[in-house]
Structures are given as structure tokens and as C-alpha cells.
Write a protein that binds this ligand. Structure first.
Ligand code: FE2
Length: 314
């Protein structure tokens, strides 16, 4: 069973447990969430001037559009304001910054119809982020930049929370992909040929849950959630921001969601910055996670091992 909590009063530890158990948490706009969206809106307005960004696809040919995204997306990702606003936002949502590590935010676009659904606007088919070398403790935070509707949102597929899916994550290694994959994204107009982790069996997309929040509002979910970009049948491009976090208390103990089917190599641990001072994880901790991944099996989270031991002792 999946539960969606709206503006939950749960403390951070309870929320992490809930997220690792498959629950979803939705928050109303906060001051820093709104500021982060405003930053993205201003950058989009400038890039697509004189068009309203969600409508710009109807006024530009696809090559021009890709050219604009090629500059806009990295500019947002590396904007110094993001490194100030994300820790503030996390603090507003109750995170303890000395334990919470975050990565740079992505600005994503989901165009209406089949205008552009590859490369820089890759339409994510159902997937778990854990198929992309993340620790099982990774949490995702997602914000719409402009108002969205169900028709241009994202979907969760709760039936797959506990259910393994045949997938190609064993072919994915984050370190290799970083060298060859992301750099070629801007060249991929039309058909996307980069190696992405994907399901290798037909997926049942129903039932699905779509959450519609206001700009500056946040949806938090475990990286192990099966989710997808919905086919955009609205007339408007969806712009969204997402970033991920891990809590060092959980990465240290290999805690997090249960791994039902991820087998990728490599780790994303070098990407996260500590909320309190923007420090990276120590090299030894990054290497340890790389080693765990190299055997293609994340260990069972410690609390489950303990629960099992307690069971067998009883
Ligand atoms: Fe994702």
C-alpha cells in the first residue's frame, strides 16, 4: 500500500522511513521553493524571449529549441544561487543539513506531443532511479516550475514498489555513462541511442498516481519508486526541477529502500554535497559504495538484517 502525505508533520527520521517504505510526501510551496522556481522562470523567460516558455515549442523549430536548451539547462544546473537555495529549502522541510547531502538540481522539459522526446528532453519511460547507480538511500525532490496539470505531470507506478522487473541496469555503470553518455545528449535529436537502464518486460502502467502541486511545492519520493514522464497531451511544455539527497547516517549503514531489482555498477556518491558546508563525502566512503556496486548487489539494509535476526531468535 502506498500512502501520499500532504504537508506531513512527521519528523525527518519518520519521513525517511516512510519514503524508504514507498510512501510519498507532498509539500505546499515554501519560501525557498518559490525562490528556486522564480530563478528557473527568469532564466527560461530570458532564454525563450519573447515567448512564454511553456508555449515556446509552438513557435520555434526543433533545432532552435535544442540550441536554447543546450545553453539553458547547464546554466541552471550550475547557477550559484541553486547551491544556496537548495539547502535552505531542505531546512524548511525539516532536514538536518549536517547529515543531508544533495546534488545539483536538474531542469527538465517534457514537450507536448512528439515535438521532442529524446536527448536533452529525454522522456523517461518507467524506471527507478536506483537503476542508475544511486545508493538505496537516495531521495528525490521534484518541483514544477510553472503550473502543471495531470496531462503534463509525472506518474508513479505503485504496483512495482515490491515487485522486481527484468531490466538492463546490469549494463549501466554511472562512471562509464558520465564519460560517454551525458556529453552526447545534445546530439541526440530524434532517436536516443545512449545506453539507459530500462525495463526489459512489458510494463503495466495502471494503476498510476499523478500528483499535481503548485510551482514551488515539492514531491518527495524514494529513488526506488517506479516512475515515468507521462505522455504530454496538454498543449504546454512541462518545466520541472529535481534534485536528490542522501542522509549520511543511512549511507553509512547501507540503509534505505529494499533493492528489488537494481544491478548497476558505479555509484553517484561523489555527486552529493553536504548541506551545511558543501563538502563532498570522503573518498573512502565513495570507494566503499563503488565496491558494493561492483558486486552488483546492495546488501540488505541493516534494520532488515536485525529484524530477521530478532525473528529467528524469538
Ligand atoms: Fe527518475
Amino acid at each position: 500500500m502506498n500512502t501520499v502525505y500532504f504537508d506531513s508533520d512527521a519528523n525527518e527520521a519518520e519521513r525517511r522511513s516512510g519514503l524508504y517504505a514507498g510512501q510519498l510526501y507532498v509539500y505546499s510551496p515554501t519560501e525557498s521553493g518559490l525562490e528556486l522556481c522564480k530563478l528557473a522562470q527568469d532564466m527560461c523567460s530570458e532564454a525563450f524571449h519573447p515567448h512564454f516558455p511553456p508555449d515556446a515549442q509552438h513557435h520555434l523549430d526543433v533545432d532552435q529549441y535544442v540550441e536554447i536548451l543546450k545553453t539553458l539547462k547547464p546554466k541552471f544546473i550550475h547557477h550559484p544561487e541553486c547551491k544556496r537555495l537548495i539547502p535552505k529549502l531542505l531546512e524548511e522541510l525539516g532536514c538536518e543539513l549536517e547529515h543531508t547531502y544533495f546534488d545539483v538540481p536538474r531542469l527538465r522539459t517534457a514537450c507536448s506531443g512528439d515535438y521532442l522526446s529524446s536527448g536533452l528532453a529525454y522522456a523517461f519511460k518507467p524506471h527507478r532511479d536506483t537503476w542508475y547507480s544511486t545508493p538505496m538511500a537516495q531521495l528525490n525532490w521534484w518541483l514544477p516550475v510553472y503550473p502543471i496539470t495531470s496531462e503534463n505531470s509525472m506518474a508513479f507506478h505503485p504496483n512495482y514498489w515490491n515487485k522486481p522487473v527484468q531490466n538492463s541496469s546490469s549494463l549501466f555503470n554511472y562512471q562509464d555513462w558520465n564519460v560517454g553518455g551525458r556529453k552526447s545528449a545534445e546530439k541526440q535529436v530524434g532517436k536516443d541511442t545512449r545506453v539507459q537502464s530500462a525495463a526489459l518486460e512489458p510494463m503495466k502502467l495502471e494503476p498510476q498516481t499523478r500528483l499535481v502541486t503548485k510551482p514551488g511545492g515539492v514531491i518527495a519520493f524514494s529513488a526506488a519508486q517506479m516512475h515515468s514522464t507521462v505522455p504530454n497531451t496538454s498543449e504546454l511544455t512541462r518545466f520541472s526541477i529535481d534534485f536528490r539527497t542522501v542522509d549520511s547516517r543511512d549511507t553509512q549503514t547501507n540503509d534505505g529502500a529494499v533493492n528489488v531489482d537494481s544491478e548497476c555498477g558505479g555509484t553517484t556518491m561523489m555527486d552529493y554535497l553536504r548541506g551545511s558546508d558543501l563538502e563532498h563525502f570522503p573518498d573512502s566512503e565513495i570507494k566503499r559504495h563503488e565496491m558494493l556496486a561492483s558486486v552488483a548487489q546492495y546488501p540488505t539494509p541493516q534494520h532488515l538484517v536485525e529484524a530477521e535476526l530478532a525473528d529467528s531468535e524469538a
